[in-house]
Design a protein around this ligand. Structure first.
Ligand code: CMP
Length: 140
């Protein structure tokens, strides 16, 4: 299987509870390597653009408000089949449905404040990585 990259966000509910290290350790223990990372305060425009695919969903405005409610840590992760490895360790979007031992089961507060985001495909990973990182900021 190929070594690929994916994009991750440690969300405001997790940074607020000082869980950046704990979540990063779970990512690393799942075989992923952090090849870029920065803590940022997203602007409303950035959050709206990032989640544009969800613009028509009823939860869109609340999601944007939540994502700008505090700092986030955006990361590029590298590993064998990185998109799947990241999604497996994150668990289901709704923590009520997430498997034991996953990030969302362990830490998420709700379907909205679900502690972590991960790309859902290699194509979206490339788009999402480029949304937040310049190529020279990624060091594998
Ligand atoms: P994420 O993987 O970042 O992608 C979109 C986000 O929307 C999702 O995680 C959740 O945090 C949030 N969200 C809020 N409500 C819902 C919902 N009803 N269904 C799916 N995602 C939701």
């Amino acid at each position: 299987m190929a070594v690929t990259r994916t994009f991750s966000i440690i969300k405001p509910d997790a940074t607020r509870r000082n869980l950046t290290g704990a979540i990063t350790k779970m990512l690393e223990d799942a075989g992923l390597r952090v090849v870029a990372s920065k803590r940022i305060q997203m602007t409303k425009e950035q959050a709206e653009g990032f989640y544009a695919v969800h613009a028509e969903r009823p939860f869109f405005n609340d999601l944007v408000s939540f994502m700008i409610s505090g700092p986030v840590v955006v990361q590029v992760l590298e590993g064998e089949d990185a998109v799947k490895a990241n999604r497996d360790v994150m668990g289901a979007t709704n923590p009520a449905d997430a498997a034991d031992g996953t990030i969302r089961k362990t830490f998420a507060e709700s379907i909205e404040a679900n502690s972590a985001h991960g790309s859902d495909s290699d194509e979206n990973a490339a788009i999402e990585i480029a949304y937040f990182f310049k190529p020279e900021e990624i060091v594998g």
